[in-house]
Structures are given as structure tokens and as C-alpha cells.
Write a protein that binds this ligand. Structure first.
Ligand code: FPP
Length: 267
């Protein structure tokens, strides 16, 4: 966590509130509700996405200030390509422009941008802006901010299966020895710990093809708050809720009390 005296007043209060509880190492978020936020105000859906960018900034700032290691955001799913072309174009432009605008602040705050998903499907302009930001932040070793773009868990697991099959066919791996870690290491999240806390805003209670493998032991937090209304206080509420969960990883409460650390491979 950053030194308290360097935090703004709101963040100091949040840090005090969360002090003493365990901080999730990795928070993953399904940002839902932009469209409904706009509709409630008789605004175009794009206004909701625009406002959603401000929430991305708030979540990134708070995670960085609190010393959370990884923040992973579902920015655009494989299924989102099926939205009307106009909305897809708006989202792509918005994501590219926002990331370019935020790059100096990301560098200043030591945030490393990571991108996962089928990036080849992204329009060239947005992709180039994202790649430039990734390059500019490659030496930052504070928070890792991962944007999932044209991402779906089934796509990613299928890719891993394809890789394993190819290597088995080439005689490079023994099929009988394929382990869970052989699959994990072929996912796009291979350098990250699994998410400890997975948040979905916007009132739906499903995972929608997001990090299905990695979320096996994640604590799930669902809130009716629409993504543009999800600010630092709301993120702090989710973390506080997480801090009250007992993470058993398949063991009994008594075992957990006797041995605080999770079993190997599950963090
Ligand atoms: C879901 O709300 C939101 C999205 C599909 C897009 C999320 C993208 C952003 C917030 C912009 C991200 C920007 C950066 C820089 C990462 P919805 O449109 O499904 O809302 P609805 O369920 O109310 O219709």
C-alpha cells in the first residue's frame, strides 16, 4: 500500500477501514450496466460507456493506492462483437482514446498495462493505441491492469487445448502427464495469480464466459450498482465483504483455522 500521507482524504478513510483485513491480491471485474445507466437518463448508450471509463479510472486508482497487485477488467467480450456495429465502433474508439489519454498517469502511478484476448480482431487504430500504452508501461512494476478485449474463457481454454494437442501430436508432451498447471500455463493469465475476488456490477448474477478456469476459487460479489455508479466507496464495500469471507479451498473450517495458508496452486 502507498504511504498513507500520500493518499487523498477519501482513500485514507478507505485504507483505514480496510486495514487489518487481508487484501485481495487479484480483483477481477465484470463491468455491467453502462447501457441501463444511460437509458435511465434518456441518454444514448455511448454516454454510459463514456461514464464507465471514469469508473475504470477510479478502480485503477484505488487498487494502485491499496497495493492490490492485479486488476483485471472485462472490457469487451467475444460475444460483444454481436452488438450493433455503431456501438462496437464507439466502444473501440472510446477504449483506444481513453487508454491513450491515461497513459501518462498510468506511468506516473507505476501501473503496467496488460492485454488479453483475441486482439487480432480489434480495429487497427484502437489496437495500436493499446499497444503503445502497453509498451510505455512495460517497466512499471506496481499494479498490473489487465484489459480483457475480445476475450472469452471458452475461447482461451480452446486455444490452450489446441496448443496442448499440437505439442502432443509432435511428441513434445506425454498425454498421460498433462496436469492442471499445463493448462494454466497455456492460458493468457499464466503470469498472474488466480483472482481472489470477482465482482459483477449491474444486477446480473452470472459469469458470462469470464475467467471460468481462473475463478474456480474466487469469492464472487454481485451488486445491483450500475458500472458508471461504481466508485471507490463501492469497490471498498466489495473488498470489505471479501475480508469477511472464510476461504476454505475445499477444506473444513477447523482445518482452515489450524493452517492459514491455502493448498499449493490455489491462492
Ligand atoms: C457492459 O455494459 C459494458 C461493456 C460491454 C463495456 C465496458 C467498457 C467500458 C466501461 C469502457 C472501458 C474502457 C477502458 C479504457 C477499459 P452494458 O453495455 O452491457 O450495459 P447494459 O447491461 O446496461 O446494457
Amino acid at each position: 500500500m502507498k504511504a498513507k500521507e500520500n493518499l487523498d482524504k477519501q482513500t485514507q478513510i478507505i485504507a483505514d477501514r480496510l486495514e487489518g483485513g487481508s487484501m485481495p491480491r487479484h480483483i477481477a471485474i465484470i463491468m455491467d450496466g453502462n447501457g441501463r445507466w444511460a437509458k435511465k437518463r434518456s441518454l444514448p448508450r455511448s454516454a454510459g460507456h463514456y461514464e464507465g471509463v471514469a469508473s475504470v479510472r477510479k478502480a485503477t486508482e484505488l487498487c494502485s493506492d491499496l497495493g492490490v497487485g492485479f486488476l483485471t477488467l472485462y472490457a469487451f467480450s467475444t460475444e460483444n462483437w454481436n452488438r450493433p456495429k455503431e456501438e462496437v465502433d464507439t466502444l473501440m474508439t472510446l477504449i483506444g482514446m481513453a487508454i491513450e489519454r491515461e497513459t501518462p498517469d498510468l506511468v506516473r502511478n507505476n501501473v503496467h498495462l496488460n492485454l488479453i484476448g483475441d486482439l487480432d480482431r480489434m480495429p487497427e487504430d484502437a489496437r495500436n493505441r493499446l499497444f503503445r500504452c502497453r509498451k510505455a508501461t512495460e517497466d512499471c512494476d506496481g499494479l498490473t491492469l489487465t484489459l480483457c478485449l475480445s476475450y472469452s474463457a471458452r475461447w482461451e481454454i480452446t486455444e490452450a487445448a489446441r496448443q496442448l494437442a499440437r505439442q502432443a501430436a509432435d511428441g513434445l508432451i506425454d498425454i498421460e502427464k498433462i496436469s492442471e498447471s499445463d493448462i494454466s500455463s497455456r492460458l493468457s493469465t499464466s503470469t498472474m495469480p488466480d483472482p481472489d475476488l470477482l465482482i459483477r456490477t449491474g444486477g446480473e448474477t452470472r459469469l458470462s464466459n469470464y475467467l471460468l478456469w481462473q475463478a474456480a476459487y474466487a469469492e464472487l460479489y454481485f451488486t445491483d450498482t450500475l458500472w458508471p455508479d461504481f466508485g471507490k466507496e463501492q469497490l471498498a464495500d466489495a473488498i470489505a465483504d471479501y475480508q469477511h469471507r472464510e476461504r476454505r479451498f475445499g477444506r473444513t473450517s477447523d482445518q482452515v483455522a489450524a493452517q492459514a495458508a491455502p493448498p499449493d496452486g490455489h491462492s
